[in-house]
Design a protein around this ligand. Structure first.
Ligand code: PMP
Length: 430
């Protein structure tokens, strides 16, 4: 079915003022007007199952988050240069979710700002420039991070001091993926030294989200973390997508692998959609950097975002959402694996907690990108939201809000099985 006349007009108005710099999802964009839990509704009242968004970790329009923000906004909302109880209390709670030794936090407005500061601190600490990232990584939107985000494509060149290595692709490299990855990091560090740039950091998303979602066995990244430190670099864990309990069992993605990191960044899921970013680091790095640098961020850690973030932590604890991510994630993974067994166009199903990747099979010697695009579009037509990632967009990305429950998972996999059957029965014609 086509877009409604009203949505067509809105789309035209949008283009007239926003232009094409930030594209929408889907050929037929979704016009959301309301949400609750893992559900969204469009302007015509149609209901959607959200199996994609991590910003509403504790559910869309979470009432506890909304009330906390409302209360804070009716008291005061200012910047971080005045004493404020709630930002300190939240920082204490937030740091307590990290391993000992990661005991300072800087608040920013976005994951990009947090990564930007992390890279600056790593370069300052090591006196080196070089940073290693994975081949299809995305780390943010600032100019610094665009040059560290190969996912943006060849028209946005990387900095000359960046080296790109293959992600630990467990589908293609099998059980040696972690070792291959660590060896690539060592080789990249060596190359950076040879070019006089030195090795400052490995910046890595701990589930390799944009590279194609590679949870691997716990410990997969441990060797690369160790190699990085042995080569004199700092490990920066980008937790923007895997973080805050999504992978089930642990709060942070790096903890599935090893605590041997130097800094961790997060953003997206922390504050129910209000802007926030975090950089967590050791006291020693924070103190050292502070002696030579000032960091002021007007809105970073503002009381309204902090009120929201506090309510998000309350919800995660009170509703046992880590446990839910583990249980519901296992249910989804199990069912998707069964469905895949009978599907000639599915190559691999992998996941940890509520972060699942389904690699579509190459049927013509190319890649599964075409199948993945058709799956994403066909699911959208059935009002189920997911996306696709990977070098060719060949991996379905299933990353629902943490409140996604057993019934949501059943509904999702029922629709998914029907859509998969339809898509593969249509054959390989685009
Ligand atoms: N790192 C990763 C892994 C991300 O996915 C994103 C956002 N997609 C960012 C960093 C940047 O976060 P933000 O958009 O909040 O700046």
């Amino acid at each position: 079915s086509a877009l409604s006349a009203a949505d067509r007009r809105l789309l035209d108005r949008r283009r007239a003022v926003l232009g094409d710099i930030y594209p929408l999802f889907y050929d037929k964009p979704v016009h959301v007007v309301r949400g609750s839990g893992a559900r969204l509704w469009d302007a015509e009242g149609n209901e959607y199952l959200d199996a994609y968004n991590n910003v509403p970790a504790v559910g869309h329009a979470n009432p506890r988050v909304a009330e906390a923000v409302r209360r804070q906004l009716t008291q005061v909302n200012t910047h971080t240069r005045y004493l404020n109880e709630s930002v300190v209390a939240y920082a204490e709670r937030f740091l307590a979710t990290h391993p000992a030794g990661l005991d300072r936090v800087v608040f920013t407005n976005s994951g990009s700002e947090a990564n930007d500061l992390a890279v600056s601190i790593a370069q300052w600490r090591t006196g080196a420039q070089g940073v290693v990232v994975t081949r299809n990584a995305y780390h943010g939107t600032t100019r610094l991070l665009s040059g560290l985000s190969p996912e943006n494509g060849p028209r946005m060149p990387l900095h000359p001091w960046v080296r790109v290595v293959d992600a630990p692709d467990t589908f293609r490299h099998g059980p040696r993926a972690g070792t291959v990855f660590a060896e690539s990091v060592r080789a990249a560090a060596e190359d950076l030294r040879r070019h006089g740039l030195g090795f400052a950091a490995l910046l890595v998303d701990t589930i390799l989200s944009t590279d194609g979602i590679f949870p691997g066995e716990p410990g997969l990244l441990a060797e690369a973390f160790r190699a990085t430190r042995e080569e004199g670099g700092l490990v920066v864990a980008d937790e923007v997508q895997p973080g805050l309990g999504r992978l089930g069992g642990t709060m942070w993605g790096f903890q599935r692998h090893s605590d041997g990191i130097d800094m961790a960044t997060c953003g997206k899921p922390l504050a129910g959609g209000l802007p926030i970013g975090t950089l967590v680091l050791p006291e020693e790095l924070s103190d050292g950097y502070a002696q030579e640098h000032r960091y002021f961020n007007t809105f970073g850690g503002n009381p309204a975002s902090i009120a929201a973030a506090t309510a998000v932590l309350d919800e995660i604890e009170d509703r046992n959402l880590l446990d839910n991510a583990r249980r519901t994630g296992a249910q989804l993974l199990g069912r998707l694996t069964e469905i895949a067994a009978a599907s000639p166009i599915t190559a691999d199903v992998r996941g940890a907690g509520l972060f699942i990747g389904v690699e579509m099979a190459a049927t013509d010697g190319a890649d599964g990108g075409r199948w993945a695009r058709r799956m994403v579009g066909a699911l959208r037509d059935r009002r189920v939201l997911i996306s696709a990632v990977g070098h060719a967009g060949q991996v379905l990305k299933i990353r629902p809000p943490l409140v996604f429950d057993a019934d949501d998972a059943d509904e999702f996999t029922d629709v998914y099985a029907e859509v998969l059957a339809e898509v593969q029965n249509q054959g390989d014609t685009p």
